[in-house]
Design a binder for this molecule. Structure first.
Ligand code: NAP
Ligand code: F7E
Length: 329
């Protein structure tokens, strides 16, 4: 009999890759989904006959307790969140309720049912914000620059707190930006690769972006979910930075994506002030030495391969279905 795992956020980018990884490793996978008026299972459509979906919500403590009691998982991955940084300025209270108190509700629910359940918390490089050190490690002090970043600092420390207060196996993965063809369309990598596909296919001739100078350490989501699983297989719970150690600017991202289809980005990209943020995180670059040393983790997909993979996937998708229903642009 394999292990049982619960994933919150299974309908998101990381949840879908993690579910694949766990199923391939022989796990029974239960995904927590919140009730929506229309189904949003496009990332897990191919897994639906191999996973169990249970309705629950990070806002509803009892719904979490009920699922954990029924499933009695060995591992619990808390990936659900309001994850789009600009939206966190529009909805700071809801962001805190999902990401900060939501994480506390998960930890409390596990504590109530069985403190032996191993739990992973999805922390973020956005916690470093206005960085105090370059590159960032597990020891770098936090300085979040958005309600999202602040909510994730709470989630991180409450996870550490439950580990230290109750002896729970609660690990926090401080993951730097990771992307894939399943990334939401509003995030900059996917916005660019989708835009390149539309321009290449003659559906539009411009792409409006914000700050081209921001730099991020971008990796492939498939590589990063492997690190989450590795963290829960250790003897003791800990915090780990997961990053490639290489950063690129948004401008470089744009150049690489347009070059992949033989186009000159300068003819199509324009500055749209609507995409500038009230406070920017200028430059993130992570040092994942601890994860390499302790977990034996390393990224396999380079930045150039990642962007090529995303552009190719968007070209195929847009060619097949030029106007996806419900996409946030
Ligand atoms: P994502 O694609 O935006 O997915 C977020 C997931 O959370 C979705 O399944 C969403 O469900 C679910 N969710 C949101 N609010 C919920 C609620 N109240 N109750 C239950 N489920 C809820 O995010 P991702 O990129 O996969 O990221 C996964 C996690 O890692 C997030 O916590 C994110 O903040 C964190 N993180 C991401 C990155 C990155 O670069 N991707 C880096 C560091 C940390 P619906 O489908 O119903 O909306
Ligand atoms: O922005 C700049 C923008 O929205 C990256 C989330 O997964 O990673 C993600 O957060 C950069 C920023 O991701 C546009 O100003 C320029 O500097 O793709 P993003 P993010 O904010 O870094 C962290 C680690 C998480 O934890 C989050 O959940 O790109 N940028 N022009 C733009 N960004 C967007 N979205 N759209 C633009 O037009």
């Amino acid at each position: 009999m394999g292990k049982r795992a619960i994933i919150t956020g299974i309908t998101g980018q990381d949840g879908s890759y993690l579910a694949e990884l766990l199923l391939d490793s022989g796990y029974e996978v239960t995904g927590i989904v919140r009730r929506l008026s229309a189904s949003n299972y496009w990332r897990i459509e191919h897994l639906l006959d191999r996973i169990t979906l249970r309705p629950a919500d990070l806002l509803d403590q009892l719904s979490l307790v009920r699922v954990i009691q029924d499933v009695r998982p060995h591992e619990f991955y808390n990936l659900a969140a309001m994850s789009f940084v600009p939206a966190s300025w529009d909805q700071p209270l809801l962001t805190g309720d999902y990401n900060a108190q939501g994480c506390t509700r998960v930890l409390e629910a596990i504590r109530q049912v069985d403190t032996g359940i191993r739990v992973y918390q999805a922390s973020s490089s956005e916690m470093y914000g206005r960085v105090r050190e370059v590159p960032q490690t597990e020891q770098t002090p936090f300085y979040p620059r958005s309600p999202y970043g602040v909510s994730k600092v709470f989630g991180h420390y409450i996870t550490v707190n439950y580990r230290e207060s109750y002896g729970m196996f609660a690990a926090s993965g401080i993951l730097f930006n990771h992307e894939s063809p399943r990334r939401g369309l509003e995030f900059v990598t996917r916005k660019v690769t989708d835009g390149v596909a539309r321009i290449k296919l003659g559906l539009t001739d411009q792409l409006g972006l914000g700050n081209l100078d921001a730099r991020r350490d971008w990796g492939f989501a498939g590589d990063y979910v492997r690190a989450m699983w590795m963290m829960l297989q250790q003897e003791k719970a800990d915090d780990y930075v997961i990053a490639t150690g290489v950063s690129h600017s948004v401008r470089e991202l744009v150049e690489v994506a347009f070059r992949h289809v033989g186009l000159d980005w300068q003819k199509y990209v324009r500055l749209d002030p609507a995409f500038l943020r009230p406070a920017e995180v200028d430059h993130l670059i992570g040092d994942a030495s601890k994860a390499r040393r302790v977990l034996g983790w390393e990224p396999k997909v380079s930045f150039e391969r990642l962007i090529a993979m995303m552009v190719d996937a968007d070209l195929a998708r847009v060619a097949a279905q030029p106007a996806p229903a419900g996409a946030v642009r």
